[in-house]
Design a protein around this ligand. Sequence first.
Ligand code: ATP
Length: 235
Amino acid sequence: MLTLEGIDAFYGDLQALYDVSLDVPEGKIFALVGANAAGKSTTLRVLSGLVAPRRGHVRFEGKDLAPVPAHRRVDLGIVQVPEGRRLFPFMTVTENLLLGGHGARARGGGPAERLDYVYTLFPVLQERATQLAGSLSGGEQQMCAIGRALMARPRVLMLDEPTLGLAPVLVRRIFDTVRTINADGMTVLLVEQNVRQALTIADHAAVLESGRLVLSGRGPELLGDDRLKRAYLGL
Ligand code: ATP
């Protein structure tokens, strides 16, 4: 559904991705894992159109996305939950959620039924609807960031380290939510440092190491692979 072919990506002179190819199949959970600075966020930015690759192709259902800017990719249903949540702290929970509805409007959907979906998934957001997003707890903020992305009615939801800094009980909650979202028909691309949990729920997975894809396969099968340990521990 969403593919990268031979991507090289740079920040100025610094090369962050080397010849990265991957294929996110429709309806599945794809986990992208790797140590710090491996290039995971850069991979998502290339997919969402925030970083233009210097070489290679990005395709969505076969269509070359090179001429499609980031906001139009959201309209197509390619939606990213950024690392660090990036909420608007001085706006309410509901205002943050409604801002995410842009892509859904472009494809003919209304915000009311999407809000219902988000509030059913995260009832705490309905309880906090009029609270400023900046005053939510870390876990609630992550739910709000995921909810905001869901307002766009994604076809592919890309989550960048959604469990970073959360207590174990909330980490489990976020992974359960990812499964629910996927069961509701959304394709998920999950970037994670909680490798064990990510690979356990992933249909497919790939491991990035220093900007290169070093390993890919079915999620649970990668768990026991020595190359996975090497990518993390440098052994
Ligand atoms: P982490 O798990 O720590 O978030 P990551 O795997 O997501 O890491 P990236 O954020 O993609 O890694 O970074 C890959 C490389 O690109 C790193 O060496 C990083 O320093 C560099 N990099 C990332 N963003 C920028 C930027 N805006 N400007 C310059 N260099 C950058």
